[in-house]
Each structure stands twice: as structure tokens, then as C-alpha cells.
Design a protein around this ligand. Structure first.
Ligand code: SF4
Length: 72
């Protein structure tokens, strides 16, 4: 059995695969993250919905890059 130091490493926030740019907020019941989220499973398993997520992701990245360029 290991010795506990009482210090915990910070865990990186998981990103929600279906809300590009947003962290997982555990908005679904009984999930521990995207890895066991039924909504993610449903959306990513449907070609049309997955393409919609990818379109949103590209649009979000484009908007962020334009804003960064405007502010530099
Ligand atoms: S629980 Fe699922 S849908 Fe909700 S934020 Fe997390 S990954 Fe996204």
C-alpha cells in the first residue's frame, strides 16, 4: 500500500466533444466525463450529427483566430 502525501495533482479538465471549446460540466446523469457520456456516444455515432459538431468546431476555431488577429 502506498503512502499518501496529501498532495493531489491538478487534473486537466476534460473537453466536451459535442460542445467545442467548452469543458465537460457533467451535464448528463450518472456520467464521470465524456468517456461514459451517452449523449456523446449518440452524437458521435451518427454521421450527420458528428459532421454538425465538426462544422461547429471549425467555425469556433475560425472565430477565435479572427479575434486573436484583431487583438494583436
Ligand atoms: S456530460 Fe457529456 S454532454 Fe455533458 S458536458 Fe460532459 S461530455 Fe458534454
Amino acid at each position: 500500500m502506498g503512502v499518501s502525501t496529501g498532495i493531489r495533482a491538478a487534473r486537466p479538465a476534460a473537453a466536451c466533444p459535442i460542445r467545442p471549446g467548452e469543458p465537460c460540466t457533467l451535464c448528463q446523469v450518472d456520467v464521470t466525463g465524456p468517456q461514459d457520456c451517452g449523449l456523446v456516444w449518440l452524437v458521435m455515432g451518427d454521421d450527420e450529427l458528428r459532421e454538425g459538431v465538426q462544422r461547429t468546431r471549425r467555425a469556433t476555431l475560425g472565430t477565435r483566430r479572427r479575434r486573436a488577429a484583431e487583438n494583436s
